[in-house]
Structures are given as C-alpha cells and as structure tokens.
Design a protein around this ligand. Structure first.
Ligand SMILES: Cc1cc2nc3c(=O)[nH]c(=O)nc-3n(C[C@H](O)[C@H](O)[C@H](O)COP(=O)(O)OP(=O)(O)OC[C@H]3O[C@@H](n4cnc5c(N)ncnc54)[C@H](O)[C@@H]3O)c2cc1C
Length: 383
C-alpha cells in the first residue's frame, strides 16, 4: 500500500472535505432519547446518500462511486476528521452489502443493495445465540424447508439495532444430521412479521442498543437464501471479516479523536508535565499510530486477495484494548465529573467495556492471529 496520495486521491479528499464542511449535521438531539438519536443518524445517512457519499467504495452499478481502496480509507479518515456520526445503517453498509456483493444472486443485489445505501431499509446481524457466541457453528436456531419457504424457530441475542431493522442477516441450522459447520444456511429474514419478537436488552450505559430475538415459525422464502443451502458458514465468515476490517478502520479514527480530546484536557489542566500522564499519553499515541498503520496495511490484503484477511483481527483486538485504556485514562484526568451520568466520558468509559466482546472476543481474536497469521499450532481443547 502506497501512502502517498495521487492527484486523483487528493481531489477525492478535497471534494469530500468541502462537502462535509458545508453539510455536517448539527449536534445530536439530547431530548428525544435513543429513537431521536437514531432518526438523526438516519437523516444523516439520507444526506450522504443524496450526495453520493453513503458508500463510495461500492461499485457504481450498485450506487457507489467505485472508489479505490485508498479513496475509501480517505473517506473514513475524513468522516472522522469532521466528527460526523456513523450512518444509521452501518451494519447494512459495511457488512450486509459487501456480503451480498460476494455471495448474493443478481436478483438479491438488485432488490436489497439500493435500500441499504439510502437507509430506507435497516439491517441487523442475527448470528449470536444464548449458547453460541464465539462458537457460532454450534447455533441451534432451526430452519425447516416447507415448499418454497423455510420455517425458522429459535432465539438470537445481542442483536444490535434489531428494533429499527427491516432485514436480519440470519444464520440458522438447515441440516442437523451433518458436521455442525456444514449444516448452516445464511438467510435474509424479514423482521416485520409477528413471528419475530424483538425485546430490548439494557446495557451498562443505560442504552438498549441490542436485543433478544424470539423467532417462532417465521417464514423466509427460498429466494432469501444467500450463497446456497448449507453454505452459511462461509457466507457468515465473509460478514465477520468485513465487520472486523471495515469497522476497524472507522473506529481507529474515532480512537485518535478521543486521544486528541484527552490530550487537550490534560494540557488545560497542566498535566502534560506530569511524567505519569505524559508516559500514559505517549504510549496511547504510539498505539494509535500502530493501529492506524495496521488498518492501512489491511487494505493491501483486500487489494491482493479481494477481501479482508485474518489480520483484521489484530486491528480489532488492539483497538478495543487501547480504547479501554484510553477511556480509563480520560476518567483519571477528568476526575469525578467523568463518572457523572450523562457526561460523555462516563458514556465512553462504560461503552468501551463491550469493545473486547463485540465483533469477536479478544481471546478468540488472539487464537485467530496465532493460528491463521502466525501459523502456530491449533488450539487443543481438553475433552
Ligand atoms: C455491544 C455488543 C454488540 C453486539 N452486537 C451483535 C449483533 O449485532 N449481532 C450478533 O449476532 N451478535 C452481537 N454481539 C454478540 C457478540 O458477537 C458475542 O457476545 C461474542 O461473539 C461472544 O460470544 P458470547 O457472548 O456468547 O461469549 P462466549 O463465546 O460464551 O465467551 C465467553 C468467554 O469465553 C471466552 N472464549 C470462548 N471461546 C474461546 C476459545 N476458543 N478460546 C479462548 N477463550 C474463549 C471468550 O473470550 C469469553 O471471554 C454483540 C456483543 C456486544 C457486546
């Protein structure tokens, strides 16, 4: 990956920078709760979409700009720099759309990609279950063929954004008589049916960002199978690799901003001269830079192999660990005010706890790095 921008890349950056400075949304609404915030992010996505900036990396035939990998990295860096919110349909844009582009039929691409981009139809990810998180392949939600439909029954958990979603990327067991990885199928489930119940789960932050899904004989047409019956494991891996790589890139920029904020507060309070704080800040700075460069390096894999590689796990691990250290340091610097409910640093501190779990736990990511990046022997679990 060449980190020097070409003339075209510089023009792309300048055009976006100019557009963002003219169109940046105002502050998030504070009085209308989570629904109000979500509506605000949805409106922001619509604005990006209308100007052709919702997903520039998508091919032009699907409504993107066919941006190069470098341009798409510039895109995330500029969004971060402008401190604008994430588009509402982040799972559709970064996970669902790219998965459909690899595995979807022409009809599926035609039907689903455009409303993902505009934010008209929100997507959620129905992978985890009460007894299947890290070990996703042991999931129990069952899909039984009935004519040209599938009847699905089971329970999903931690489903982020399910309360706003029209479609769920659902992995279910379509054959329980064969090896567990092989009996899975990837479906697009319509959330708007009475057989799908969404129950919010409240987090330590006070928000209910994720939910439980109770699915009782929901109907999914055969046409909504993605990548073929029994191929769900491979399709799900595409979604997960996009999750770790795509989100990783966006999040490392947010990390840098938070660190800049911490440095500003430390400077204001005269703490930069204190070796204890200076040392902690310097370490975080080095980590931020390493993560930024690793995220750029990850783009080289996409360039080479057409999709993100297992190294994305490294970015996700380091980012989540660094974000936890950073928010802890911020609280030490800000003091008791940062622990007051409703204060942004208290939110950041509490929300960071989930970072080492969501999108793959740190322990599991370390296993992936050990086995698939470093080539170390596979983990043996005692019987
Ligand atoms: C904020 C947030 C949002 C989420 N959003 C979604 C979503 O939208 N959709 C979705 O499907 N899921 C979502 N999840 C769920 C997430 O993917 C799972 O929590 C995660 O995969 C871990 O699964 P688990 O919670 O079942 O923990 P478990 O897999 O039961 O793990 C428990 C502990 O055992 C460790 N462990 C497990 N296996 C191994 C191993 N092989 N080696 C070493 N240690 C191991 C883990 O690291 C962990 O510490 C979300 C989670 C969070 C926190």
């Amino acid at each position: 990956m060449d980190l020097t921008f070409s003339e075209q890349e510089t023009a792309f950056r300048d055009e976006l920078r100019e557009w963002l400075s003219a169109n940046k949304p105002g502050p998030a609404p504070t009085s209308e709760g989570e629904d109000g915030q979500y509506a605000w992010r949805r409106e922001w996505q619509r604005k990006l979409y209308d100007a052709g900036w919702a997903a520039p990396a998508w091919p032009t035939e699907y409504g993107g700009r066919g941006a190069s990998l470098t341009e798409s990295a510039i895109y995330f860096e500029e969004l971060g720099r402008a401190r604008v919110p994430m588009a509402a349909n982040v799972l559709g844009l970064l996970l669902g759309g790219p998965t459909l582009m690899v595995w979807g039929s022409d009809e599926q691409k035609e039907r689903y990609l455009s409303p993902i981009l505009s934010g008209e139809e929100i997507w959620c990810q129905g992978f985890s279950e009460p007894d299947a998180g890290s070990d996703l392949a042991s999931l129990k939600t069952k899909a039984v063929k009935d004519g040209d439909e599938w009847v699905v029954t089971g329970q999903k958990v931690w489903t982020s954004g399910a309360q706003y979603s029209k479609w769920c990327m659902l992995v279910a067991r379509s054959d329980s008589g064969i090896a567990k990885h092989k009996g899975l199928t990837y479906f697009l489930m319509d959330m708007e049916q009475p057989t799908v119940q969404v129950r919010p789960l409240r987090q330590i932050t006070g928000e209910a960002e994720f939910n439980e899904l109770f699915i009782e004989e929901a109907r999914i047409p055969d046409a909504n199978v993605v990548g073929g019956v029994g191929n769900g494991w491979k399709v799900a891996l595409t979604t997960l690799m996009n999750e770790r790589a795509g989100l990783g890139f966006a999040l490392q920029i947010r990390l840098r901003q938070l660190l800049d904020d911490v440095i500003a507060i430390a400077a204001e309070r005269g703490l930069l001269e204190d070796p204890l704080y200076a040392d902690a800040i310097a370490e975080l700075h080095v980590r931020c830079e390493s993560i930024r460069l690793l995220a750029w390096k990850g783009l080289t894999d996409v360039e080479r192999y057409g999709q993100p590689g297992p190294e994305g796990s490294l970015v996700k691990w380091l980012w989540s660990d660094t974000n936890q250290r950073l928010t802890q340091l911020a609280v030490d610097i800000v003091g008791p005010d940062a622990l007051t409910v409703g204060e942004s640093w208290s939110y950041e501190l509490l929300r960071a706890r989930g970072n080492t779990i969501e999108g793959g736990t740190t322990e599991v990511l370390k296993n992936i790095i050990a086995e698939r990046v470093l080539g170390l022997p596979r983990l043996k679990v005692a019987a």
